[in-house]
Each structure stands twice: as structure tokens, then as C-alpha cells.
Design a protein around this ligand. Structure first.
Ligand SMILES: Cc1cc2nc3c(=O)[nH]c(=O)nc-3n(C[C@H](O)[C@H](O)[C@H](O)COP(=O)(O)O)c2cc1C
Length: 296
């Protein structure tokens, strides 16, 4: 698929690319990692249609599926090959979701994580095939074709993406039945939703205690596992409590009219602690998987 001089920009393990659009697909927010990876400045992206990073190898039908799902109010996972400003490309596994305000979709958010080489190979084959099909068929026909392809495998596109992603990239975590990526993303959604409510000037924002988010609940459930005796396990808890504490500070300081830079500083510490949390969790799990301690 890569017949030109493009070079792949490979995301690092902890990179998280975030963007937000309005309901028409015009970009309203990008994080720093987005700008770095795609080689655009923030000013070049804000207000532009999201197809600014569209890569020619992407089949149209995937975006049709993406938009139809989102506008029905549902989230979707997708593998996307994107183009950088300087003509290179990068692969992401995107989790794209609608954001509701008083029952209406007001924004769409995308959280993107790296893709394993295995998944890139497999998905490239499918996308190449879909592109070829699209060249001689209408978009609706290609859509039917994709649906048939998935039906034969008895899975939805989302499940196909998740299965392919978990196959190699998070094999250790998978062995322990922990989808680390999904907890990471949960926390990022938690953070972005709060920051958005603050930006909209909302008061009475409730920040949950660390035991009340999905990650916290999972930590509780895991307490009887052998790896929780690992000395680093207490650090996982520490970082997790800290992330929630920082978000509480954030809401409080916003209510006290703290400066924009102070608030941004708190959010950047949330990102740092979330990375430390995920890194530590991976370490604990890797140690135990290497030592062959089963989770059964
Ligand atoms: C939140 C959100 C994020 C998106 N991210 C991407 C992206 O990273 N790359 C991309 O090509 N399209 C992305 N899209 C889809 C684009 O809006 C668009 O449908 C796609 O690039 C195809 O463009 P085209 O219809 O002009 O060919 C995103 C859409 C939304 C709502």
C-alpha cells in the first residue's frame, strides 16, 4: 500500500492523540501529541475539516460507517491511516464518541492509540481490498460488501478492530484479562468531559472518588490476584488516587477563577500521572507474566 516515498511515523507506546470536532467534523480541539505527530501547528488545525489528515489509502466506506454510527449517538472504534502535513503517515486505533449536552450531540471526540504491526498488516489488506472494490462499485455497494464480510465472521466492525488490536499489542495484559487501553481511555474521557464542563462555565461538577470510576472498580476486583502483592501495586493505587485528586483540585481552582495556565498545568499533571499509572500497571503485569504466575 505504501508505494510512494512516505515514511511511517510510529507512535510510542504511551502516545495518546486526542481531537474534538463539532457535528459537521470541523476541528475544535487537538492535544499537543496530535500536532507533533501530524506536523501541524494547532492554528493550522482548529476550524479545519478533520479530513485535513485523511490518507488516500483509507477506504471511504470506513468513514461512512464512522459517521453513521456517531450520528446515531453511538461510539465506534476504527483503525485509521492518517497523513502528516509533510507527506508521511501514521496508523492509529481510534475510539470516537459523541459528546452530549442536554440530550443533544454537541461534539465528537476521538482518542487514538498506537497500532501493533500485526494489526497494521491485517487491516492494510482489508483496506486495500475495500479501496479496489470502491473503484468499481458505489459507496452503498461497498458498504453492503463490508457488512457481508463482517457477517461471515459473525462480528461487528468494532469487535473486529478490538480483536485485532488485542491480539498482539496488549498480549500480556490480555493474558491477565485486563484491557489496559480501555482504562487509559476511560480516564482521558473522564478528564476531557470535566475540562469541557468547566470551559462551558458549569458549576456543581461532580468528580468521582477513585473507587467510583471503571478503573477503580477494576482495581478493587483485582485485589485477590497474586500480582497485587507486588510492591509496585501500591504505586498503581497511589497514581490512581492522585489523578482523581488532581481533577478535584482542577474543578475547585476553576471555581475560584484560577488562571488558564494554572488549569492547563493541572491537566498536564493528570496526563503525566495517568501515564505513570499505566506504565506501573504494565510493569507489574509484565513481571508476573514473565515469571509465569497464572491469573487463574
Ligand atoms: C472526532 C472525529 C475524528 C476524526 N478523525 C479523523 C482522522 O483522524 N482521520 C481522517 O481521515 N478522518 C477523520 N475523521 C473523519 C473525517 O471527518 C472525514 O469523514 C474523513 O476524513 C473523510 O473525508 P472525506 O469525506 O472528505 O473524504 C474524524 C471524524 C470525527 C468526527
Amino acid at each position: 500500500m505504501n508505494s510512494t516515498n512516505e515514511t511511517e511515523v510510529v507512535l510510542s507506546e504511551y502516545d495518546l492523540i486526542v481531537s474534538m470536532t463539532d457535528v459537521k467534523g470541523f476541528i475544535t480541539y487537538v492535544n499537543d501529541v496530535f500536532c507533533e505527530v501530524a506536523s501541524f501547528s494547532r492554528e493550522e488545525l482548529i476550524g479545519k475539516p478533520h479530513n485535513i489528515v485523511r490518507h488516500k489509502d483509507m477506504p471511504k466506506v470506513i468513514f461512512k460507517l464512522l459517521w453513521e454510527t456517531l450520528l446515531r449517538g453511538k461510539p465506534i472504534s476504527a483503525f485509521v491511516k492518517n497523513a502528516t502535513k509533510d507527506g508521511n503517515y501514521y496508523w492509529v486505533k481510534a475510539y470516537v464518541a459523541p459528546v452530549f449536552t442536554e440530550g443533544e450531540i454537541t461534539h465528537l471526540t476521538s482518542y487514538r492509540r498506537p497500532v501493533s504491526n500485526f494489526a497494521k498488516q491485517e487491516i492494510s489488506k482489508l483496506y486495500k481490498h475495500l479501496k479496489e472494490y470502491e473503484a468499481t462499485h458505489s459507496l452503498d455497494e461497498t458498504y453492503t460488501y463490508l457488512m457481508e464480510y463482517l457477517k461471515e465472521r459473525n462480528i461487528s466492525y468494532d469487535q473486529f478492530v478490538d480483536r485485532l488490536a488485542s491480539e498482539h499489542s496488549i498480549s500480556n495484559a490480555d493474558a491477565l484479562k485486563i484491557d489496559i487501553d480501555s482504562y487509559y481511555i476511560d480516564h482521558m474521557i473522564f478528564k476531557t468531559n470535566i475540562a469541557r464542563s468547566v470551559a462551558l462555565g458549569k458549576k456543581d461538577i461532580k468528580v468521582t472518588d477513585s473507587c467510583c470510576c471503571n478503573f477503580g472498580k477494576k482495581l478493587k476486583q483485582l485485589e485477590s490476584m497474586p500480582f497485587t502483592s507486588h510492591p509496585l501495586w501500591s504505586q498503581v493505587h497511589h497514581y490512581h488516587n492522585h489523578v482523581h485528586g488532581l481533577m478535584k483540585d482542577y474543578v475547585q481552582r476553576a471555581g475560584e477563577d484560577a488562571s488558564k495556565s494554572e488549569l492547563e498545568g493541572i491537566l498536564s499533571n493528570v496526563d503525566k500521572d495517568t501515564n505513570k499509572l499505566i506504565g506501573t500497571l504494565k510493569n507489574v503485569i509484565d513481571t508476573y507474566v514473565e515469571e509465569g504466575i497464572s491469573h487463574e
